[in-house]
Design a protein around this ligand. Structure first.
Ligand SMILES: Nc1ncnc2c1ncn2[C@@H]1O[C@H](COP(=O)(O)OP(=O)(O)OP(=O)(O)O)[C@@H](O)[C@H]1O
Ligand SMILES: [Mg+2]
Length: 359
């Protein structure tokens, strides 16, 4: 059984008249890597700062283990936050930066030294200790900021978009390192990003936020294949969304009318009744594309290729079908279907996800 390390229960936070956190509830398992993902302004940083103790919730509770944290000041929380801009002290050496928190806590010198050696070894920055922050690269600064947090041996590590100042290649390297480090130390980590690819690559759990609420909390696979609503579906990866109406729903076979085409969905949606309006969510790489001259089979939707881009391992097609544009990714393409080719899009019954349609 998973142990819950951090419990956020119905937390609300207002700034003036604006409700920035709206009844946020979330259980973070011990040792997990959990990501808050959402568009700019949705409340990610506010939630992280509330966990760190820089803000007090207006209502609701925050528990670390079994301990209610609402009125515990941030320096007694043992939840350490790494800020987006690293905030290194420019006039201190790297060593002084990393050991600062331990020195103000009056930890004995030999202990500081031992912890310093262990931490910088983990992060591969032992050769930078005498330098000043202005004399090291962005990626190195990022590691120093992380070292400064890890050396405190926090119960929870809170990272607010820590990679956003780095170039694309370095980001990918460092995020892989970060994940390995987190798994080695088994430290409960909360990571904030608005980059869905980063969230998918790093996380055990993702909490998708929108307008101060958590709209879906689950594993990357759950969010990708079974998103709670169209917002989550389109925020994570590329998706085709199309409206339909339930015809019949029995024993894991759901028949949906999509503009008079009968589409079979095999995914167990027990709550859906005939006549319910639904949104079909179909990922581009789950669609097969075939020339219209080939035999028509079930779940085949007629369309016309409008455009494509060749990306090496895949071709991405844009296809006009049922009065809307579809995106289809073909892996290991053998032939190219040029624009104006008549095609069928074959939808795999077990790869279609159904969501309640918004009016
Ligand atoms: N101290 C504050 N006083 C008033 N409003 C604030 C304050 N901090 C944040 N806000 C507002 O609260 C909302 C949420 O802000 P927050 O910084 O949590 O968003 P975010 O999800 O971290 O966004 P980003 O991805 O841009 O960093 C925004 O509308 C913001 O303008
Ligand atoms: Mg933010």
């Amino acid at each position: 059984m998973e142990t819950i390390h951090l419990r956020i229960h119905k937390v609300c936070k207002d700034f003036g008249k604006v409700r920035v956190l709206n009844h946020v509830s979330l259980d973070v398992p011990q040792g997990s890597f959990t990501t808050f993902l959402g568009p700019s302004g949705c409340g990610k940083t506010t939630l992280l700062r509330t966990i760190a103790g820089f803000y007090t919730p207006d209502s609701g509770e925050i528990y670390l283990g079994n301990r209610l944290m609402n009125n515990v000041p941030s320096h007694l929380r043992n939840a350490i936050m790494v800020f987006q801009d690293y905030a290194l002290f420019p006039h201190m050496t790297i060593e002084e930066n990393i050991t600062y928190g331990l020195r103000i806590r009056k930890i004995p010198k030999d202990q500081i030294k031992a912890r310093l050696e262990r931490t910088v070894a983990y992060l591969g920055i032992g050769n930078l200790l005498d330098r000043m922050p202005g004399q090291i690269s962005g990626g190195q600064q990022q590691r120093v900021a992380l070292a400064r947090a890890l050396i405190m041996e926090p119960e929870i590590l809170l990272l607010d978009e820590p990679l956003s100042n780095l170039d694309a290649k370095l980001r990918i390297n460092i995020r892989a390192e970060l994940r390995q480090l987190q798994q080695r130390l088994k430290i409960t980590t909360i990571y904030v990003t608005h980059d869905q690819a980063e969230a998918l690559a790093l996380s055990d759990r993702i909490a998708v936020m929108n307008e101060g609420k958590i709209v879906h909390y689950g594993t990357p696979q759950e969010l990708y294949y079974h998103p709670a609503d169209p917002f989550v579906a389109s925020f994570i990866g590329k998706v085709n969304l199309i409206r339909g109406r339930i015809i019949e729903n029995r024993m894991g076979n759901t028949w949906v009318d999509v503009q008079k085409i009968k589409v079979l969905v095999k995914n167990h949606f027990d709550h859906l009744q005939p006549q319910d309006e639904v949104m079909l969510c179909v990922r581009p790489e789950t669609i097969r594309i075939a020339k219209a001259s080939e035999e028509k089979e079930e779940n085949a939707i007629p369309g016309v290729v409008t455009n494509y881009i060749f990306e090496g391992a895949t071709i991405r097609y844009w296809v006009n079908a049922l009065n809307q544009e579809w995106v289809v990714d073909v892996f290991d393409p053998v032939e190219v279907l040029p624009p104006d080719t008549k095609v069928f899009l074959r939808l795999k019954p077990e790869r279609i996800h159904l969501m309640p349609a918004r009016a």
